[in-house]
Write a protein that binds this ligand. Structure first.
Ligand code: PEP
Ligand code: MN
Length: 250
C-alpha cells in the first residue's frame, strides 16, 4: 500500500517536522514535498521553488530518509527536482501537456545515468478534471513511449468537476477501480483534492482502500487553518493519527 502524506505545499521546517514524526510512527515512507505549486490565481502562493528555505526542507526530509513526492509542471521544473524526487508528480492540469509527457522519460533516464546509484524515479500521472479513462491511459502511454517503464507509472484519481456535489468535485472511485482493472499501472487515489473538504477525506480514504486501490495521497498540516494553500481540505496531524491508529496500528 502506497501511502503518501504531507502538506499541500512546503512552507517551513516547523510545518514538516511533526508530519515526519507521524510518518515514522506508522512507517510511512513517502512525503508530499511540493516546491512548485500550480495555482489558479496568479497572486496565490506559488511554492517555495528553489529558494534556500525550500531546498533546506528537502535536505531535512532526505536526512530523515523520506521518499520525496514532488510536482513538476514544466521541463525546467522537472530538471530541477530530478536530483531528489523519488516520485515525480504530473498534475491534473498537465495530464495532456504532451511535450512535457514526451520528455519525462528522457530526462529521468539522463539523470539516473549520471548517478548510477540512484533509482529510476516513479512518475505519478493525475487524471485531468474532465478527462476520460481512454485519454488518461493515452497520456500514460506518452510517458511509456518516452522511456518511463510501465512498472514506474502510477495513475492518480483526483476527482472531476461537476455542478451538483456539495464541493463542485466528484471523486470518481468507479474510474479508479476501472483504471486498475484494465491497465497495467498502479492506481492511487487523492481524496484531498478529490473532495476539497476535510470532513470527507477520511471516509473517502476508507472507500478507496475498500475498492482495492494501490495507495492514497493525503494532505495534512500541523495547523490546517493556517495552510497557505488548500486549508479547507488539509487534515490535522491529530485527525490523521487517529485514523491511522485504528486502521494501521503496528
Ligand atoms: C496537487 O496534488 O498538489 C495538485 C495540485 O493536485 P491536482 O493536480 O490534482 O489539482
Ligand atoms: Mn493541495
Amino acid at each position: 500500500m502506497l501511502f503518501i502524506i504531507g502538506p499541500c505545499a512546503l512552507e517551513t521546517i516547523e510545518q514538516v517536522k511533526p508530519i515526519v514524526s507521524l510518518c515514522k510512527k506508522y512507517e510511512i515512507k513517502h512525503f508530499r514535498a511540493q516546491l512548485f505549486k500550480p495555482r489558479t490565481r496568479a497572486h496565490s502562493f506559488q511554492g517555495l521553488g528553489l529558494s534556500k528555505q525550500g531546498l533546506d526542507i528537502i535536505t531535512y526530509l532526505k536526512s530523515e530518509k523520506m521518499a520525496i513526492v514532488s510536482e513538476a509542471a514544466s521541463i525546467e521544473q522537472l530538471e530541477s527536482i530530478i536530483s531528489f524526487a523519488d516520485i515525480v508528480q504530473i498534475g491534473a492540469r498537465n495530464m495532456q501537456n504532451f511535450e512535457l509527457l514526451k520528455n519525462v522519460g528522457k530526462i529521468l533516464k539522463n539523470a539516473s545515468q549520471e548517478k548510477p546509484d540512484s533509482q529510476f524515479p516513479c512518475v505519478m500521472l493525475k487524471r485531468g478534471f474532465a478527462n476520460t479513462l481512454e485519454e488518461w491511459l493515452a497520456s500514460a502511454n506518452y510517458l511509456e513511449i518516452g522511456g518511463v517503464p510501465s512498472s514506474h507509472i502510477i495513475l492518480c484519481e483526483r476527482g472531476t468537476r461537476n455542478f451538483s456535489s456539495p464541493t463542485g468535485i466528484t471523486l470518481d472511485l468507479a474510474m479508479a477501480y476501472k483504471a486498475q482493472q484494465i491497465s497495467k499501472y498502479r492506481v492511487i487515489v487523492d481524496p484531498s483534492h478529490g473532495t476539497r473538504e476535510r470532513g470527507l477525506v477520511i471516509p473517502l480514504t476508507k472507500a478507496s482502500i475498500a475498492i482495492g486501490v494501490d495507495g492514497v495521497m493525503i494532505e495534512v498540516h500541523p495547523k490546517p487553518w493556517e495552510s497557505v494553500s488548500d486549508p479547507a481540505q488539509a487534515l490535522s496531524i491529530e485527525e490523521l493519527d487517529a485514523y491511522l491508529a485504528v486502521n494501521f496500528a503496528k
